[in-house]
Design a binder for this molecule. Structure first.
Ligand SMILES: *Cc1c(COP(=O)(O)O)cnc(C)c1O
Length: 373
């Protein structure tokens, strides 16, 4: 088989989505599947929808266009504040975008009006992650401005946690989000449809015993794709952790019995263990490198330890020398390693189940059309 490759099991992604959807439903929360780590891979996106996600979200317009070109018609949200240079593409391909900048919303509105459509806006509120978001004290005036701008509709508000800072949401922050919703509804005199309470790191809160308040949506990527909680790195019970597997090919095996002691020029590297300590072990080189993935985010089969990686080589230490050139090693990836591997031009992606691609008659792509209103 072609190597290196990422083997994708859509049935496991479908199962993971279904489990999370079923657990969140009694809490009044629906799931938007986040596809950015797989660059909008259509089979992964479809598996999320089949598992019960109400829509999809991605941070890049290129990924969203890839899903549209594959015939996916469900609601898709742009979850990174759109670039001014891309407003036309955003209103064309996305039903909703997450926004923080009034100037961008104004341009989205103009682009939507040119097309005689209404573009939905969710305002992102800063609740502690300190990445994107409107300060709660400015939210009300910006919300009113969006509400009054023709061409855009204020669909809701959202927040994000644990991206830039490893801050997890807690009940008081989430209660504050709910009270912001009430404030906006009062000042705009209209209800908000979506209150998106964060990403996979909000799951612990959402599945806890406290009230979920007005939060009715989570945007989930890592939990669905890898079955882990991004904050604790713990596996989520009942979910698959191996929906994606990286297969890399062995190109050299050596039992280096004598360490060749080179003078280490850069003292910063002196702590690196370049050779196995036990010289009976085998040193294996895999034809994959930093250009393909995040070497620190890989988990090797039992007994194999990571030694180091360069742009095109990855060196591990194995307890025996049964692995010969041409053999393959199966490796698990964390979120960053997966994201890099899925966007690497030299890694092929292979669907790993027998079910044919389902027909694309999923959720209808609904977009209010001014012309028909
Ligand atoms: C990446 C991202 C998500 C999904 O995060 P996961 O940790 O993968 O669940 C949700 N919302 C926004 C704004 C994001 O950028």
């Amino acid at each position: 088989m072609i190597a290196p490759r990422v083997e994708i099991a859509p049935d496991k992604i479908r199962h993971n989505t279904r489990c999370l959807v079923d657990r969140l439903k009694p809490r009044g929360i629906d799931v938007t599947g986040v596809t950015k780590a797989v660059c909008g891979h259509p089979a992964v996106a479809i598996a999320m929808l089949e598992g019960g996600a109400i829509g999809l979200a991605d941070a890049r317009i290129s990924n969203i266009e890839r899903m549209r070109n594959a015939g996916i018609t469900c609601p898709i949200s742009m979850i990174r504040t759109p670039m001014l240079s891309q407003v036309d593409q955003v209103v064309e391909s996305c039903d909703v975008s997450y926004n923080t900048e009034p100037a961008v919303v104004a341009e989205l509105a103009a682009a939507a009006q040119r097309r005689r459509i209404v573009h939905n806006v969710i305002l992102m509120v800063e609740m502690g992650d300190m990445r994107e978001g409107i300060s709660p004290k400015n939210l009300d005036s910006i919300a009113r401005c969006v509400f009054e701008t023709p061409g855009v509709a204020l669909k809701g508000i959202g927040t994000n946690f644990s991206c830039l800072n490893k801050v997890a949401p807690n009940s008081s922050v989430m209660a504050e989000l709910s009270s912001l919703v009430s404030d906006i509804e009062e000042s705009c005199g209209s209800g908000l449809e979506t209150v998106s309470g964060g990403n996979s790191s909000s799951l612990t809160w959402a599945l806890g015993s406290g009230p979920t308040g007005r939060t009715n949506n989570l945007r989930l990527g890592e939990a669905i794709l890898l079955g882990v909680d991004p904050l604790s790195h713990q596996r989520i019970s009942g979910l698959h952790n191996d929906a994606f597997t990286l297969a890399a090919e062995v190109i050299e095996t050596t039992t280096k019995s004598e360490a060749i002691l080179l003078q280490i020029v850069d003292s910063g590297f002196s702590s690196l263990r370049l050779l196995p300590e036990d010289h009976q072990r085998t040193r294996i080189i895999l034809a994959i490198g930093l250009q393909d993935t995040d070497a620190r985010g890989l988990t090797f089969p039992a007994g194999i330890t990571f030694i180091g990686a360069t742009s095109d080589h990855l060196i591990v230490d194995a307890p025996d020398c049964r692995m010969r050139p041409g053999c393959e090693m199966k490796i698990q990836m964390n979120y960053t390693a997966l994201m890099r591997a899925m966007s690497a031009p030299d890694i092929v992606q292979v669907l790993h189940d027998d079910t044919p691609l389902p027909r694309l008659e999923l959720v209808e792509h609904s977009r209010p059309d001014l012309a028909s209103m």
